[in-house]
Each structure stands twice: as structure tokens, then as C-alpha cells.
Design a protein. Structure first.
Length: 80
């Protein structure tokens, strides 16, 4: 059984993709599996989106990478 919370906060990008992040729980009889799911919806032209199920450590690493790149982008804009 897979559970997902409805109504998670979403980010809609400038190109119209809706990105949601939620907890994904697979309730297997012998051991439950918990992941952080990243769902990137279809673009404005209807091209399909993608998703990834990350371990907690992978989610933290992705967050670190995103923050690093956001900081670099801000610094680059400040130099323009």
C-alpha cells in the first residue's frame, strides 16, 4: 500500500511545472519503506513530468545542492 498526503504545498516554476515534495510510504508486510518523493509535473506543452523517490540522506544532499546553486545564482546576478 502506498500513501500520499493530498494538498501538499507546491512550487510552480516560471515554465509552468508544478513541483511537489511529499513523504512516500510503502507499507510492505515485512518492512515499511519511507522515502521523500519529488514530483515534477508536466510542462505547459503537456510533456510528461518525472519523479524520484529519495532516502532521507539523499533528500538532504539534494537540498544542500539546491541551496548551493541558489546562492551561486544570486551572487552571479549581483555581479551583473
Amino acid at each position: 500500500m502506498m500513501t500520499r498526503n493530498e494538498g501538499e504545498p507546491a512550487l510552480v516554476t516560471g515554465c509552468g511545472r508544478r513541483i511537489t515534495v511529499h513523504r512516500l510510504r510503502l507499507a510492505l508486510s515485512d518492512r515499511p519503506i519511507n522515502r521523500v518523493a519529488l514530483d515534477v509535473g508536466p510542462d505547459q506543452g503537456g510533456e510528461p513530468g518525472v519523479w524520484a523517490a529519495l532516502t532521507a540522506d539523499e533528500a538532504r544532499r539534494l537540498a544542500e545542492l539546491l541551496l548551493t546553486q541558489a546562492g551561486a545564482a544570486e551572487r552571479e546576478v549581483g555581479r551583473s
